[in-house]
Design a protein. Structure first.
Lengths: 454, 90
Protein backbone atom coordinates (compact mmCIF):
# COMPACT_ATOMS: atom_id res chain seq x y z
CA UNK A 1 0.00 0.00 0.00
CA UNK A 2 1.13 3.54 -0.72
CA UNK A 3 2.79 5.17 2.28
CA UNK A 4 2.93 8.73 3.53
CA UNK A 5 6.48 9.41 2.31
CA UNK A 6 5.62 8.36 -1.23
CA UNK A 7 2.58 10.60 -1.24
CA UNK A 8 4.57 13.52 0.13
CA UNK A 9 7.33 12.98 -2.46
CA UNK A 10 4.91 13.02 -5.38
CA UNK A 11 3.14 16.11 -4.08
CA UNK A 12 6.45 17.87 -3.45
CA UNK A 13 7.32 17.32 -7.11
CA UNK A 14 4.04 18.92 -8.16
CA UNK A 15 3.93 21.77 -5.64
CA UNK A 16 7.60 22.72 -5.23
CA UNK A 17 9.40 21.43 -8.32
CA UNK A 18 6.97 22.44 -11.07
CA UNK A 19 6.13 18.92 -12.18
CA UNK A 20 3.31 19.20 -14.67
CA UNK A 21 1.87 17.74 -17.79
CA UNK A 22 2.97 20.23 -20.41
CA UNK A 23 0.39 19.38 -23.04
CA UNK A 24 -2.42 17.08 -24.01
CA UNK A 25 -2.51 17.40 -27.78
CA UNK A 26 -5.45 16.08 -29.75
CA UNK A 27 -4.42 15.09 -33.26
CA UNK A 28 -7.21 15.36 -35.84
CA UNK A 29 -7.00 14.15 -39.42
CA UNK A 30 -8.55 16.63 -41.85
CA UNK A 31 -8.14 14.37 -44.89
CA UNK A 32 -11.91 13.80 -45.04
CA UNK A 33 -12.50 17.58 -45.17
CA UNK A 34 -10.85 18.00 -48.58
CA UNK A 35 -12.98 19.71 -51.22
CA UNK A 36 -12.23 21.66 -54.40
CA UNK A 37 -14.48 24.44 -53.12
CA UNK A 38 -12.60 26.73 -50.75
CA UNK A 39 -15.77 27.70 -48.90
CA UNK A 40 -16.83 24.08 -48.45
CA UNK A 41 -13.32 23.14 -47.30
CA UNK A 42 -13.34 25.86 -44.66
CA UNK A 43 -16.80 24.79 -43.45
CA UNK A 44 -15.70 21.15 -43.26
CA UNK A 45 -12.55 22.01 -41.30
CA UNK A 46 -14.41 24.18 -38.79
CA UNK A 47 -17.11 21.55 -38.27
CA UNK A 48 -14.67 18.65 -37.85
CA UNK A 49 -12.42 20.41 -35.34
CA UNK A 50 -15.18 21.93 -33.22
CA UNK A 51 -17.05 18.61 -33.06
CA UNK A 52 -14.03 16.37 -32.39
CA UNK A 53 -12.44 18.65 -29.80
CA UNK A 54 -15.58 19.87 -28.04
CA UNK A 55 -14.79 18.00 -24.80
CA UNK A 56 -10.99 18.44 -24.85
CA UNK A 57 -10.84 21.28 -22.34
CA UNK A 58 -13.39 19.81 -19.93
CA UNK A 59 -11.64 16.41 -19.96
CA UNK A 60 -8.31 18.11 -19.29
CA UNK A 61 -9.78 20.05 -16.38
CA UNK A 62 -11.35 16.90 -14.92
CA UNK A 63 -7.97 15.10 -14.96
CA UNK A 64 -6.33 18.14 -13.35
CA UNK A 65 -8.83 17.93 -10.48
CA UNK A 66 -8.73 14.16 -10.04
CA UNK A 67 -4.96 13.98 -9.70
CA UNK A 68 -4.26 17.54 -8.55
CA UNK A 69 -1.73 17.83 -11.36
CA UNK A 70 -1.52 20.94 -13.57
CA UNK A 71 -2.04 20.34 -17.29
CA UNK A 72 -0.52 23.50 -18.70
CA UNK A 73 -1.78 23.30 -22.28
CA UNK A 74 -4.57 21.57 -24.14
CA UNK A 75 -3.90 21.81 -27.85
CA UNK A 76 -4.82 20.50 -31.27
CA UNK A 77 -2.73 19.34 -34.20
CA UNK A 78 -4.14 18.77 -37.68
CA UNK A 79 -3.04 17.21 -40.96
CA UNK A 80 -0.54 19.47 -42.80
CA UNK A 81 -2.68 22.13 -44.43
CA UNK A 82 -0.60 22.17 -47.63
CA UNK A 83 -2.10 18.72 -48.33
CA UNK A 84 -5.62 19.58 -47.20
CA UNK A 85 -5.80 22.85 -49.14
CA UNK A 86 -4.05 21.69 -52.30
CA UNK A 87 -7.14 21.24 -54.47
CA UNK A 88 -9.06 24.31 -53.23
CA UNK A 89 -6.33 26.91 -52.79
CA UNK A 90 -4.98 28.60 -55.89
CA UNK A 91 -3.10 31.44 -54.20
CA UNK A 92 -1.36 32.19 -50.88
CA UNK A 93 -4.40 34.35 -49.97
CA UNK A 94 -6.64 31.27 -50.27
CA UNK A 95 -4.47 29.50 -47.69
CA UNK A 96 -4.83 32.47 -45.33
CA UNK A 97 -8.60 31.82 -45.24
CA UNK A 98 -7.86 28.34 -43.86
CA UNK A 99 -5.51 29.83 -41.24
CA UNK A 100 -8.35 32.09 -40.12
CA UNK A 101 -10.77 29.15 -40.00
CA UNK A 102 -8.34 27.16 -37.84
CA UNK A 103 -7.93 30.18 -35.57
CA UNK A 104 -11.70 30.49 -35.13
CA UNK A 105 -12.09 26.75 -34.47
CA UNK A 106 -9.30 26.86 -31.87
CA UNK A 107 -10.96 29.83 -30.17
CA UNK A 108 -14.35 28.08 -30.17
CA UNK A 109 -13.05 24.95 -28.39
CA UNK A 110 -10.80 27.00 -26.06
CA UNK A 111 -7.30 25.82 -27.01
CA UNK A 112 -4.43 28.32 -27.04
CA UNK A 113 -2.62 26.86 -30.05
CA UNK A 114 -3.43 24.73 -33.06
CA UNK A 115 -0.55 23.22 -35.03
CA UNK A 116 -0.45 21.88 -38.55
CA UNK A 117 -0.41 24.95 -40.76
CA UNK A 118 2.40 23.01 -42.32
CA UNK A 119 4.13 21.80 -45.46
CA UNK A 120 6.50 18.88 -46.01
CA UNK A 121 8.73 19.80 -48.97
CA UNK A 122 11.74 17.76 -47.83
CA UNK A 123 12.46 16.57 -51.36
CA UNK A 124 10.33 18.49 -53.83
CA UNK A 125 7.88 21.34 -53.34
CA UNK A 126 4.35 21.34 -54.81
CA UNK A 127 2.69 24.58 -55.87
CA UNK A 128 0.35 24.26 -52.89
CA UNK A 129 3.29 23.88 -50.50
CA UNK A 130 4.94 26.96 -51.98
CA UNK A 131 1.71 28.94 -51.72
CA UNK A 132 1.30 27.91 -48.06
CA UNK A 133 4.85 28.98 -47.28
CA UNK A 134 4.32 32.30 -49.09
CA UNK A 135 1.12 32.83 -47.07
CA UNK A 136 2.97 32.58 -43.73
CA UNK A 137 3.72 36.31 -43.18
CA UNK A 138 0.01 37.13 -43.55
CA UNK A 139 -1.25 33.93 -41.85
CA UNK A 140 0.95 34.30 -38.75
CA UNK A 141 0.47 38.05 -38.38
CA UNK A 142 -3.32 37.99 -38.78
CA UNK A 143 -4.09 35.05 -36.45
CA UNK A 144 -3.44 34.38 -32.76
CA UNK A 145 -3.43 30.62 -32.33
CA UNK A 146 -1.91 29.16 -35.49
CA UNK A 147 1.42 27.34 -35.33
CA UNK A 148 3.27 26.42 -38.46
CA UNK A 149 6.02 24.00 -39.39
CA UNK A 150 7.88 23.14 -42.58
CA UNK A 151 9.87 19.93 -43.02
CA UNK A 152 12.80 20.93 -45.23
CA UNK A 153 14.97 17.83 -45.05
CA UNK A 154 15.19 14.21 -44.01
CA UNK A 155 17.81 11.49 -43.76
CA UNK A 156 16.08 9.64 -46.59
CA UNK A 157 15.56 12.54 -49.00
CA UNK A 158 18.38 14.98 -48.31
CA UNK A 159 17.90 18.73 -47.95
CA UNK A 160 15.65 20.74 -50.25
CA UNK A 161 17.87 23.81 -50.60
CA UNK A 162 15.31 25.68 -52.73
CA UNK A 163 12.93 25.43 -49.78
CA UNK A 164 15.71 26.39 -47.33
CA UNK A 165 16.44 29.52 -49.40
CA UNK A 166 12.74 30.37 -49.56
CA UNK A 167 12.29 29.94 -45.79
CA UNK A 168 15.10 32.42 -45.08
CA UNK A 169 13.20 35.06 -47.05
CA UNK A 170 9.83 34.13 -45.55
CA UNK A 171 11.14 34.24 -41.97
CA UNK A 172 12.43 37.77 -42.64
CA UNK A 173 8.99 38.76 -43.98
CA UNK A 174 7.21 37.30 -40.94
CA UNK A 175 9.61 39.25 -38.72
CA UNK A 176 8.74 42.43 -40.64
CA UNK A 177 4.98 41.71 -40.52
CA UNK A 178 5.09 41.36 -36.71
CA UNK A 179 7.79 43.95 -35.95
CA UNK A 180 5.52 45.82 -33.53
CA UNK A 181 5.71 42.74 -31.23
CA UNK A 182 9.47 42.04 -31.46
CA UNK A 183 8.87 39.91 -34.58
CA UNK A 184 6.84 37.48 -32.45
CA UNK A 185 5.32 35.80 -35.54
CA UNK A 186 8.59 33.90 -36.11
CA UNK A 187 8.18 32.13 -32.76
CA UNK A 188 5.13 30.34 -34.15
CA UNK A 189 7.08 28.80 -37.05
CA UNK A 190 9.57 25.98 -36.88
CA UNK A 191 11.50 24.36 -39.74
CA UNK A 192 12.47 20.72 -39.38
CA UNK A 193 14.70 17.95 -40.57
CA UNK A 194 13.09 14.52 -39.98
CA UNK A 195 9.86 15.98 -38.53
CA UNK A 196 7.94 13.37 -36.49
CA UNK A 197 4.27 12.70 -37.31
CA UNK A 198 3.19 12.53 -33.67
CA UNK A 199 4.85 15.47 -31.96
CA UNK A 200 2.53 17.00 -29.32
CA UNK A 201 4.66 20.12 -28.74
CA UNK A 202 4.15 23.48 -30.44
CA UNK A 203 5.15 25.10 -32.66
CA UNK A 204 6.07 21.94 -34.54
CA UNK A 205 3.00 19.78 -33.85
CA UNK A 206 1.10 18.39 -36.82
CA UNK A 207 -1.01 15.28 -37.31
CA UNK A 208 0.94 13.21 -39.82
CA UNK A 209 -0.69 11.27 -42.64
CA UNK A 210 0.60 8.04 -41.09
CA UNK A 211 -1.70 8.64 -38.09
CA UNK A 212 -5.28 7.49 -37.59
CA UNK A 213 -8.38 9.67 -37.62
CA UNK A 214 -7.82 11.05 -34.12
CA UNK A 215 -5.19 10.50 -31.46
CA UNK A 216 -4.19 11.72 -27.99
CA UNK A 217 -0.50 12.53 -27.55
CA UNK A 218 0.90 13.80 -24.26
CA UNK A 219 4.04 15.74 -23.41
CA UNK A 220 5.29 15.79 -19.83
CA UNK A 221 7.73 18.15 -18.24
CA UNK A 222 9.91 17.99 -15.20
CA UNK A 223 13.25 19.84 -15.39
CA UNK A 224 12.71 21.06 -11.81
CA UNK A 225 12.20 17.52 -10.52
CA UNK A 226 15.42 16.29 -12.14
CA UNK A 227 17.39 19.27 -10.85
CA UNK A 228 16.08 18.76 -7.35
CA UNK A 229 17.06 15.06 -7.43
CA UNK A 230 20.56 16.01 -8.62
CA UNK A 231 20.95 18.58 -5.86
CA UNK A 232 20.82 15.74 -3.36
CA UNK A 233 23.80 13.97 -4.96
CA UNK A 234 26.08 16.95 -5.57
CA UNK A 235 29.45 15.18 -5.48
CA UNK A 236 28.44 11.75 -6.77
CA UNK A 237 30.17 10.13 -9.75
CA UNK A 238 28.66 9.81 -13.24
CA UNK A 239 27.21 6.34 -12.60
CA UNK A 240 25.14 7.66 -9.69
CA UNK A 241 24.28 10.81 -11.64
CA UNK A 242 22.93 8.75 -14.55
CA UNK A 243 20.97 6.39 -12.32
CA UNK A 244 19.37 9.32 -10.51
CA UNK A 245 18.23 11.00 -13.73
CA UNK A 246 16.91 7.70 -15.06
CA UNK A 247 14.85 6.91 -11.96
CA UNK A 248 13.42 10.42 -11.81
CA UNK A 249 12.57 10.40 -15.53
CA UNK A 250 10.74 7.12 -14.98
CA UNK A 251 8.45 8.69 -12.39
CA UNK A 252 7.81 11.78 -14.48
CA UNK A 253 6.96 9.72 -17.54
CA UNK A 254 4.61 7.44 -15.61
CA UNK A 255 2.58 10.52 -14.81
CA UNK A 256 2.38 11.33 -18.53
CA UNK A 257 1.30 7.80 -19.34
CA UNK A 258 -1.43 7.91 -16.67
CA UNK A 259 -2.78 11.23 -17.92
CA UNK A 260 -2.66 10.07 -21.55
CA UNK A 261 -4.61 6.89 -20.79
CA UNK A 262 -7.16 8.82 -18.72
CA UNK A 263 -7.62 11.48 -21.42
CA UNK A 264 -7.98 8.77 -24.03
CA UNK A 265 -10.68 7.08 -21.92
CA UNK A 266 -12.62 10.27 -21.18
CA UNK A 267 -12.58 11.46 -24.80
CA UNK A 268 -12.95 7.99 -26.33
CA UNK A 269 -10.02 8.75 -28.60
CA UNK A 270 -7.07 6.35 -29.03
CA UNK A 271 -3.89 6.99 -27.06
CA UNK A 272 -0.92 7.64 -29.34
CA UNK A 273 2.35 8.40 -27.59
CA UNK A 274 3.98 10.00 -24.61
CA UNK A 275 6.71 12.45 -25.62
CA UNK A 276 9.63 12.12 -23.20
CA UNK A 277 10.88 15.65 -23.73
CA UNK A 278 11.96 17.76 -20.79
CA UNK A 279 10.39 21.10 -21.60
CA UNK A 280 11.47 24.17 -19.62
CA UNK A 281 9.53 27.36 -18.92
CA UNK A 282 10.89 30.83 -18.06
CA UNK A 283 10.03 30.21 -14.36
CA UNK A 284 12.98 29.79 -11.98
CA UNK A 285 13.23 26.11 -11.06
CA UNK A 286 11.87 24.88 -14.39
CA UNK A 287 15.04 25.10 -16.46
CA UNK A 288 17.28 22.72 -18.43
CA UNK A 289 20.25 25.07 -17.97
CA UNK A 290 19.82 24.77 -14.18
CA UNK A 291 20.20 20.98 -14.50
CA UNK A 292 23.43 21.47 -16.46
CA UNK A 293 24.65 23.89 -13.78
CA UNK A 294 23.71 21.39 -11.10
CA UNK A 295 25.90 18.81 -12.87
CA UNK A 296 28.88 21.08 -12.27
CA UNK A 297 28.97 23.72 -15.02
CA UNK A 298 29.23 27.38 -14.04
CA UNK A 299 26.88 28.35 -16.87
CA UNK A 300 25.21 26.57 -19.79
CA UNK A 301 27.61 26.92 -22.70
CA UNK A 302 30.77 26.34 -20.65
CA UNK A 303 33.12 23.58 -21.87
CA UNK A 304 31.50 20.27 -20.91
CA UNK A 305 28.00 21.46 -21.79
CA UNK A 306 27.59 19.16 -24.80
CA UNK A 307 28.66 16.15 -22.73
CA UNK A 308 26.36 17.10 -19.86
CA UNK A 309 23.43 17.53 -22.22
CA UNK A 310 24.19 14.20 -23.90
CA UNK A 311 24.01 12.48 -20.50
CA UNK A 312 20.76 14.20 -19.60
CA UNK A 313 19.11 13.43 -22.92
CA UNK A 314 20.11 9.78 -22.94
CA UNK A 315 19.18 9.06 -19.33
CA UNK A 316 15.79 10.75 -19.70
CA UNK A 317 15.07 8.42 -22.61
CA UNK A 318 16.35 5.35 -20.78
CA UNK A 319 14.19 6.09 -17.75
CA UNK A 320 11.17 7.15 -19.76
CA UNK A 321 11.07 4.36 -22.28
CA UNK A 322 10.13 1.75 -19.67
CA UNK A 323 7.55 4.01 -18.08
CA UNK A 324 5.36 4.29 -21.16
CA UNK A 325 3.78 1.72 -23.43
CA UNK A 326 4.34 3.96 -26.43
CA UNK A 327 6.96 6.66 -26.80
CA UNK A 328 7.25 9.08 -29.71
CA UNK A 329 7.29 12.70 -30.73
CA UNK A 330 10.51 14.61 -30.18
CA UNK A 331 11.51 12.81 -26.95
CA UNK A 332 14.59 14.55 -25.58
CA UNK A 333 15.63 17.66 -23.72
CA UNK A 334 14.47 20.94 -25.26
CA UNK A 335 16.92 23.82 -25.16
CA UNK A 336 14.91 26.86 -26.22
CA UNK A 337 16.82 30.00 -25.29
CA UNK A 338 13.98 32.43 -24.58
CA UNK A 339 11.85 29.90 -22.66
CA UNK A 340 14.49 28.91 -20.11
CA UNK A 341 15.74 31.49 -17.63
CA UNK A 342 19.09 29.72 -17.21
CA UNK A 343 19.64 29.76 -20.97
CA UNK A 344 18.62 33.43 -21.09
CA UNK A 345 21.19 34.26 -18.41
CA UNK A 346 23.86 32.19 -20.19
CA UNK A 347 23.21 33.97 -23.50
CA UNK A 348 23.14 37.39 -21.81
CA UNK A 349 26.51 36.94 -20.06
CA UNK A 350 28.20 35.54 -23.17
CA UNK A 351 28.59 31.95 -21.90
CA UNK A 352 26.27 30.62 -24.57
CA UNK A 353 26.88 31.43 -28.24
CA UNK A 354 24.97 30.40 -31.34
CA UNK A 355 27.85 28.11 -32.35
CA UNK A 356 27.85 26.31 -28.97
CA UNK A 357 24.09 25.99 -29.15
CA UNK A 358 24.47 24.35 -32.56
CA UNK A 359 26.91 21.82 -31.09
CA UNK A 360 24.45 21.10 -28.27
CA UNK A 361 21.72 20.31 -30.80
CA UNK A 362 23.78 17.34 -32.02
CA UNK A 363 23.02 15.46 -28.81
CA UNK A 364 19.55 16.59 -27.79
CA UNK A 365 16.02 17.11 -28.95
CA UNK A 366 15.12 19.65 -31.62
CA UNK A 367 17.72 22.32 -32.29
CA UNK A 368 18.19 26.07 -32.45
CA UNK A 369 14.99 26.91 -30.66
CA UNK A 370 13.62 30.35 -29.82
CA UNK A 371 16.84 32.08 -30.78
CA UNK A 372 16.66 35.85 -31.34
CA UNK A 373 19.20 37.35 -33.75
CA UNK A 374 19.75 40.91 -35.02
CA UNK A 375 17.04 42.24 -37.35
CA UNK A 376 19.71 43.12 -39.88
CA UNK A 377 20.61 39.42 -40.35
CA UNK A 378 20.21 38.71 -44.08
CA UNK A 379 17.76 36.16 -45.48
CA UNK A 380 20.63 34.09 -46.86
CA UNK A 381 22.34 34.01 -43.45
CA UNK A 382 19.08 32.78 -41.88
CA UNK A 383 18.98 30.11 -44.63
CA UNK A 384 22.62 29.23 -43.93
CA UNK A 385 21.89 28.72 -40.23
CA UNK A 386 18.91 26.55 -41.17
CA UNK A 387 20.99 24.53 -43.67
CA UNK A 388 23.61 23.79 -41.00
CA UNK A 389 20.98 22.52 -38.59
CA UNK A 390 19.28 20.45 -41.31
CA UNK A 391 22.65 18.86 -42.12
CA UNK A 392 23.13 17.84 -38.48
CA UNK A 393 19.73 16.14 -38.44
CA UNK A 394 20.14 14.53 -41.84
CA UNK A 395 23.55 13.00 -41.19
CA UNK A 396 22.84 11.96 -37.59
CA UNK A 397 19.41 10.49 -38.38
CA UNK A 398 17.67 12.63 -35.79
CA UNK A 399 15.09 15.37 -35.68
CA UNK A 400 16.53 18.86 -35.72
CA UNK A 401 14.73 22.15 -36.03
CA UNK A 402 15.21 25.88 -36.19
CA UNK A 403 12.96 28.49 -34.66
CA UNK A 404 14.83 31.73 -35.22
CA UNK A 405 13.60 35.27 -34.75
CA UNK A 406 15.43 38.06 -36.61
CA UNK A 407 14.04 40.84 -34.41
CA UNK A 408 13.39 43.92 -36.52
CA UNK A 409 15.02 47.05 -35.09
CA UNK A 410 17.09 45.20 -32.47
CA UNK A 411 20.75 44.26 -32.34
CA UNK A 412 23.27 42.54 -30.06
CA UNK A 413 22.92 44.04 -26.57
CA UNK A 414 19.12 44.40 -26.87
CA UNK A 415 16.52 41.95 -25.56
CA UNK A 416 13.40 40.73 -27.33
CA UNK A 417 10.30 40.32 -25.14
CA UNK A 418 7.76 37.71 -26.23
CA UNK A 419 5.79 37.28 -23.00
CA UNK A 420 4.23 34.28 -21.23
CA UNK A 421 5.70 30.85 -21.94
CA UNK A 422 7.65 32.30 -24.88
CA UNK A 423 9.76 34.35 -22.47
CA UNK A 424 12.42 36.83 -23.52
CA UNK A 425 15.70 36.52 -25.35
CA UNK A 426 18.91 38.52 -25.54
CA UNK A 427 19.77 39.15 -29.21
CA UNK A 428 22.56 36.70 -30.02
CA UNK A 429 25.55 37.46 -32.21
CA UNK A 430 25.56 35.94 -35.70
CA UNK A 431 28.75 35.17 -37.61
CA UNK A 432 29.05 38.18 -39.99
CA UNK A 433 30.61 36.37 -42.95
CA UNK A 434 28.40 35.77 -45.98
CA UNK A 435 26.95 32.52 -47.37
CA UNK A 436 25.00 34.31 -50.17
CA UNK A 437 26.59 32.40 -53.05
CA UNK A 438 26.15 29.03 -51.31
CA UNK A 439 22.43 29.57 -50.70
CA UNK A 440 21.89 31.07 -54.19
CA UNK A 441 22.93 27.78 -55.86
CA UNK A 442 19.48 26.23 -55.38
CA UNK A 443 18.61 22.58 -55.91
CA UNK A 444 18.90 19.72 -53.45
CA UNK A 445 21.59 18.26 -51.23
CA UNK A 446 21.35 14.49 -51.78
CA UNK A 447 20.69 12.05 -48.95
CA UNK A 448 23.79 10.90 -47.08
CA UNK A 449 25.38 7.49 -47.33
CA UNK A 450 24.33 5.08 -44.57
CA UNK A 451 27.53 3.13 -44.40
CA UNK A 452 31.14 3.98 -43.46
CA UNK A 453 29.95 5.72 -40.27
CA UNK A 454 32.87 7.86 -39.20
CA UNK B 1 -13.34 0.14 -6.10
CA UNK B 2 -11.28 3.20 -6.90
CA UNK B 3 -9.49 4.51 -3.85
CA UNK B 4 -8.46 8.10 -3.26
CA UNK B 5 -5.80 9.71 -1.13
CA UNK B 6 -6.50 12.71 1.08
CA UNK B 7 -3.53 14.72 2.32
CA UNK B 8 -3.71 17.36 5.03
CA UNK B 9 -0.73 19.65 5.55
CA UNK B 10 -0.65 22.60 7.96
CA UNK B 11 0.42 23.98 11.32
CA UNK B 12 -0.35 21.49 14.06
CA UNK B 13 -3.39 22.33 16.24
CA UNK B 14 -6.13 20.60 18.24
CA UNK B 15 -8.94 18.99 16.28
CA UNK B 16 -7.61 18.72 12.72
CA UNK B 17 -8.32 14.99 12.44
CA UNK B 18 -11.71 15.40 14.14
CA UNK B 19 -12.85 18.08 11.71
CA UNK B 20 -11.68 16.21 8.61
CA UNK B 21 -13.26 12.97 9.86
CA UNK B 22 -16.59 14.68 10.61
CA UNK B 23 -16.69 15.99 7.05
CA UNK B 24 -15.92 12.52 5.68
CA UNK B 25 -18.56 10.94 7.88
CA UNK B 26 -21.21 13.47 6.78
CA UNK B 27 -20.24 12.78 3.17
CA UNK B 28 -20.43 8.98 3.71
CA UNK B 29 -16.77 8.49 2.81
CA UNK B 30 -15.15 5.40 4.32
CA UNK B 31 -11.62 5.70 5.75
CA UNK B 32 -9.45 2.66 4.96
CA UNK B 33 -6.13 3.80 6.39
CA UNK B 34 -4.65 6.81 8.20
CA UNK B 35 -1.05 7.75 8.79
CA UNK B 36 0.22 10.95 10.27
CA UNK B 37 3.43 12.63 11.30
CA UNK B 38 4.66 16.00 12.53
CA UNK B 39 7.66 17.46 10.68
CA UNK B 40 9.10 20.74 12.00
CA UNK B 41 5.84 21.67 13.73
CA UNK B 42 3.86 20.94 10.58
CA UNK B 43 1.12 18.41 10.60
CA UNK B 44 1.21 15.90 7.70
CA UNK B 45 -1.60 13.41 7.36
CA UNK B 46 -2.56 10.97 4.66
CA UNK B 47 -5.82 9.03 4.48
CA UNK B 48 -6.76 6.32 2.05
CA UNK B 49 -10.49 6.56 1.47
CA UNK B 50 -13.26 4.91 -0.50
CA UNK B 51 -15.85 7.23 -2.10
CA UNK B 52 -18.22 4.53 -3.36
CA UNK B 53 -20.95 5.16 -0.78
CA UNK B 54 -20.77 8.92 -0.99
CA UNK B 55 -23.71 10.91 -2.29
CA UNK B 56 -21.26 13.54 -3.59
CA UNK B 57 -19.12 13.34 -6.72
CA UNK B 58 -15.35 13.71 -6.77
CA UNK B 59 -15.41 17.41 -7.66
CA UNK B 60 -17.85 18.28 -4.87
CA UNK B 61 -15.73 16.40 -2.34
CA UNK B 62 -12.56 18.05 -3.63
CA UNK B 63 -14.10 21.52 -3.34
CA UNK B 64 -15.60 20.68 0.07
CA UNK B 65 -12.25 19.55 1.48
CA UNK B 66 -10.48 22.58 0.06
CA UNK B 67 -12.98 24.90 1.75
CA UNK B 68 -12.69 22.96 5.03
CA UNK B 69 -8.90 23.30 4.84
CA UNK B 70 -9.14 27.07 4.46
CA UNK B 71 -11.31 27.18 7.59
CA UNK B 72 -8.74 25.39 9.75
CA UNK B 73 -5.56 26.82 8.17
CA UNK B 74 -4.52 23.60 6.40
CA UNK B 75 -4.11 22.58 2.79
CA UNK B 76 -6.35 19.60 2.12
CA UNK B 77 -6.17 17.75 -1.18
CA UNK B 78 -7.84 14.68 -2.54
CA UNK B 79 -6.30 12.76 -5.43
CA UNK B 80 -7.15 9.50 -7.14
CA UNK B 81 -4.81 6.82 -5.84
CA UNK B 82 -3.55 5.87 -9.35
CA UNK B 83 -1.13 8.81 -9.55
CA UNK B 84 0.87 7.45 -6.60
CA UNK B 85 0.69 3.83 -7.70
CA UNK B 86 1.88 4.75 -11.18
CA UNK B 87 4.72 6.99 -10.05
CA UNK B 88 5.93 4.99 -7.06
CA UNK B 89 5.45 1.35 -8.12
CA UNK B 90 6.76 -0.68 -11.06
Amino acid sequence: MINLNEVLETNKMIEKENLDVRTITLGISLLDCISDSLQKLNENIYAKITETAKNLISAGCQIEKEYAIPIVNKRISVTPIALIGASACKTPEDFVTIAKTLDRAAQKVGVNFIGGYSALPSKGMTKAEKDLILSLPEALSSTERICSSVNLASTKTGINMDAVALMGKVIKKIAEATKDRDSFGCSKLVVFCNAPDDNPFMAGAFHGVTEGDTVINVGVSGPGVIRSALEEIKDADFTTLCETIKKTAFKVTRLGQLVAIEASRLLNIPFGIVDLSLAPTPIVGDSIAEILECMGLEKAGAPGTTAALAILNDQVKKGGIMASSSVGGLSGAFIPVSEDHGMIDAAACGALTLEKLEAMTCVCSVGLDMVAVPGKTSASTVSGIIADEMAIGMVNQKTTAVRIIPVVGKDVGDTAEFGGLFGRCPIMRVNPFSCDAFIARGGRIPAPIHSFKN
Amino acid sequence: MKKSIITVVGKDQIGIIAKVCSYLSESRINILDISQTIVGGYFNMMMIVDLNESQKNFLQISDGLEALGKGIGCIIKIQMEDIFNEMQRL
